[in-house]
Design a binder for this molecule. Structure first.
Ligand SMILES: Nc1nc2c(c(=O)[nH]1)N[C@H]1C(S)=C(S)[C@@H](COP(=O)(O)OP(=O)(O)OC[C@H]3O[C@@H](n4cnc5c(N)ncnc54)[C@H](O)[C@@H]3O)O[C@H]1N2
Ligand code: MOO
Length: 399
């Protein structure tokens, strides 16, 4: 479409030359979801020594089926320094070091104890080495426990702590300032007066950006006045400023004129995209500026297609959105000249677009499992035809 930029070209321009932010050190206790800035190797070996996996008696396999003379005790944190000789057993507890000489643990449920004598009362251990965790069974000093670019899941955090780390070098979180513009807006939780609506986009986008690691500052709603918007844009902190609304061409759509007044460089404005045609991108000093359209679905789709990949690039994460190729459940009409992202559901493995695609309908967006992608000029599609979809339910999965 004349004058409207292709979505892929716009995304490539947006990401061109952008690299991940510098690293910082964080305590493991506050590191969930962060992205490693470098490989982390084990500083320790785990387990550091052969240990009993059960409460019982450490014996020599060759001595089975006993009986044994119990010569001492090894508990977690308090090992036993002697050697288990032929005919001897050592009382041992879970996690305690296996003594020299012993090679197998008999669980206490299979032992009858009387004074210093232990007798087998059950079947006994199934094999040499039973109920023992070997030294280094989990990992050895020097093993890479987590690699650059990996996200710190709860389990990885535990692994790093076991490996001797108390903190980790991670990529800084990209900082985003949200600026919602509009005289009609009131904050969430406030009853709108006449001709007002709730600013639902701010909290929605905050949640989306945080789900991919963004650190969001939302200083509130800015009225449709040039000076107010200019002040908010000038004050905005962080790496990326995201405006919401006022991106179009109406008399009260001030984002582009105010950005121009402030000397911002414009990367692009107006895309061959539905929903979200008036989306814009630029630079204000060292900050990236993204102007999202105000219609809630347009704001969400543009944020997903552009801001999420930008934040992922800055935050050292994989950028691609999760996609699926699915057969259509019902026919679709020919598409116009804008790339269309149709909200839809998946039933029995087939994607169906909702009948209404109005970009103001948050209910349909919240119910959508997929965005069905229709390329500019795509002909009508029959049921069963395979279409590309963005899987909305697997976005921003910080565990
Ligand atoms: N003459 C033209 N008019 C419009 C065009 C066009 O090309 N020529 N484009 C249309 C398209 S497409 C879109 S999308 C909208 C986007 O316009 P703006 O970005 O300027 O958005 P607003 O006018 O400020 O608001 C649109 C709509 O969204 C509501 N809104 C705004 N902010 C929020 C918020 N934070 N939370 C919830 N809802 C919000 C606002 O009240 C309006 O209803 O322009 C078309 N017009
Ligand atoms: O792009 Mo607008 O987003 O068609 O409603």
């Amino acid at each position: 479409m004349a004058g409207l930029l292709d979505v892929d070209v716009a995304l490539a321009r947006l990401l061109d030359g952008e690299v991940s932010l510098p690293a910082e050190t964080v305590d493991l206790g506050a590191a969930r979801g962060r992205v490693l800035a470098g490989d982390l190797a084990a500083l320790l070996t785990q387990p550091p020594f052969a240990a009993s996996a059960m409460d019982g008696y450490a014996v020599r396999w060759d001595d089975l089926p006993g009986p044994w003379r119990v010569v001492g005790e090894s508990a977690a944190g308090r090992g036993w320094s002697g050697t288990v000789e032929a005919g001897e057993a050592l009382r041992i507890f879970t996690g305690a070091p296996l003594p020299v000489g012993a090679d197998t643990v008999v669980v206490q449920e299979e032992i009858e104890r009387s004074g210093d004598t232990a007798r087998l009362s059950g079947e006994g251990p199934p094999r040499l080495g039973a109920n023992i965790r070997r030294a280094a069974q989990d990992f050895s000093m020097g093993d890479v426990l987590a690699a650059t670019g990996e996200r710190l899941t709860p389990a990885r955090i535990g692994l790093l702590a076991a490996g001797g780390h108390g903190s980790a070098r991670v990529v800084q979180r990209p900082r985003v300032t949200l600026i919602a513009t509009g005289d009609e807006l009131v904050p969430p939780g406030t009853m709108p007066g006449a001709h007002q609506i709730v600013s639902s986009n701010g909290v929605m986008l905050r949640a989306l950006f945080e789900s991919v690691g963004g650190a969001v500052d939302d200083p509130g709603i800015v009225p449709d006045r040039r000076e107010a918007l200019a002040a908010a844009l000038s004050k905005a902190r962080g790496d990326v400023v995201v405006t919401i609304g006022g991106a179009s061409v109406g008399d009260h759509d001030l984002v582009v004129p105010v950005l121009r007044d402030l000397g911002a460089e414009m990367d692009f404005w107006k895309l061959a995209l539905r929903p979200g045609k008036p989306m814009l991108a630029g630079r204000l000093g060292s900050k990236r500026v993204i102007g999202l359209p105000g219609n809630p679905v347009s704001a969400y789709v543009c944020a997903l297609l552009f801001v999420v990949p930008l934040l992922c690039r800055m935050g050292g994460r994989a950028e691609g959105l999760p996609t699926r190729r699915l057969p259509l459940g019902s026919a679709l009409p020919a598409n116009g000249m804008r790339r269309d992202y149709m909200r839809g559901q998946v039933t029995d493995g087939r994607a169906d677009a909702f009948s209404s695609q109005d970009s103001a309908l948050l209910g349909r967006l919240a119910a959508a499992q997929v965005l069905i992608v229709r390329l500019p000029g795509a002909p009508a599609a029959e049921p069963g035809e395979i279409v590309d979809c963005i899987a909305l339910d697997s976005i921003g999965d910080v565990p």
